[in-house]
Design a protein around this ligand. Structure first.
Ligand code: B12
Length: 321
């Protein structure tokens, strides 16, 4: 049955309906968490732009669809790239996708990003630790956690790896960058408290995999998405990871696998863990070596980009609704 409530304009017409069987429905709190848009802003856009137009539960609470989340995420990205709400809220998905792509290729944040990265690399090459730390700190404050990770931390790691492989930076530079970046990410983590009832993701690497920076980045990204990360650090035996996942009631286990990982051993550890973990616990494989494992199914997700991380977080929410 569909009941139409007559409201004073400019509120959109609201309908009370049951969710279609396979249609995921998200509360306003979860929608805010998944899109990084404040609750009040969502309500204000609904009044001002008639978008999003959530359905209502019988109790009157807003429920948003997966398509709403997709559009809101694109809007968030467009706003980050300098658009105003009036220019983007309520636009069709195709248009938003195009607009975000063009803005990403041409907008000023990209220029800021490259100058920040250049300064960081210069500071590293000159052993100027004070400048390196200051630049990281400033970029984190200016950009906020997610943009800092996507536009500075991750590209700096990739660039340092390339310069090291080309012989232009030495291993001591790589160690210094790792230390300063880890310290910055730790400071950023200290801003988050555990949220009661939030999904939990346990993070670690398997034996002999010593690349821990990706874990620290994933930790900040998850916390900024209002998911609780629990990080065991690097080089953890598989049995211990499984015990920890049970002990912390984790919804997912995130493993970092790099190109330097032993892929054969990693594959065998993952297969073993799949048998031992409670069936509701997913395994997320992050890091540049993940795709080469060739395992991806309902229980194992490859999380090689921030967009894939968003998708993975969304699946945790869907499983709870
Ligand atoms: C820093 C670094 C080190 C440091 C690590 C310190 C630390 N605290 O982490 C040290 C010096 C220890 C190190 C050691 C080695 N390293 Co190294 N290292 C790097 C470097 C520069 C950065 C690594 C990193 O953090 N990357 C950033 C991550 C975040 O990038 P990403 O994987 O693309 O992440 C994305 C997603 O996967 C997701 N994500 C990331 N992590 C996670 C985790 C989870 C759970 C999830 C869900 C998602 C997720 O987030 C990102 C979103 O875009 C890389 C270069 C590079 N391109 O990454 C080389 C690199 C990985 N290292 C390399 C090598 C060769 C080594 C050594 C073998 C060197 C040696 N001869 O000793 C050793 C191996 C040590 C070991 N046993 O593991 C090579 C690997 C290449 C290859 N084909 O083997 C690289 C690529 C450098 C290069 N260009 O050659 N390294």
């Amino acid at each position: 049955m569909t009941t139409v409530l007559v409201m004073v304009v400019p509120l959109p017409t609201l309908s009370v309906k049951a969710a279609a069987p396979n249609e995921a429905q998200f509360s306003i709190r979860v929608t805010s968490r998944l899109t990084s848009i404040e609750l009040d802003t969502l309500r204000m856009w609904e009044r001002r732009y008639a978008f999003p137009r959530p359905d209502r539960t019988r109790g009157g609470s807003r429920v948003y669809s997966k398509a709403d989340i997709e559009a809101l995420r694109l809007i968030r990205r467009a706003l980050d790239r300098g658009y105003r709400p009036g220019e983007v809220v309520g636009k069709p998905i195709d248009e938003l996708t195009h607009l975000v792509r063009v803005a990403s290729e041409t907008s000023s944040p990209a220029r800021t990003e490259s100058s920040t990265i250049a300064t960081i690399l210069r500071a590293l090459g000159r052993d100027d630790v004070a400048l390196l730390r200051a630049e990281l700190r400033q970029a984190a404050v200016m950009l906020g956690p997610k943009r800092f990770l996507a536009e500075v931390a991750h590209p700096v790691c990739v660039r340092v790896g390339e310069l090291w492989a080309e012989g232009k930076l030495e291993v001591r530079h790589e160690h210094l960058m790792s230390d300063c970046l880890s310290a910055q990410l730790r400071v950023m983590m200290s801003a988050y408290d555990e949220r009661v009832g939030a999904p939990r993701v346990l993070l670690s690497t398997l034996p002999d995999e010593l690349h821990g920076l990706g874990l620290a980045m994933a930790q900040v990204y998850l916390a900024a998405s209002q998911v609780t990360p629990i990080c065991l650090g690097v080089n953890t035996p598989r049995e211990q990871i499984v015990k920890a996942a049970r002990g912390h009631a984790a919804d997912a286990v995130g493993l970092l696998v790099t190109e330097a990982s032993d892929l054969k051993a990693t594959k065998s550890h993952i297969r073993w863990m799949l048998r031992e973990l409670p069936s509701r616990v997913q395994i997320w494989v992050g890091g540049a070596g993940g795709a080469a494992l060739g395992i991806e199914n309902d229980a194992v997700r490859i999380v090689g980009t921030w967009d894939q991380m968003d998708e993975a977080i969304l699946t945790l929410e869907e499983r709870r609704t």
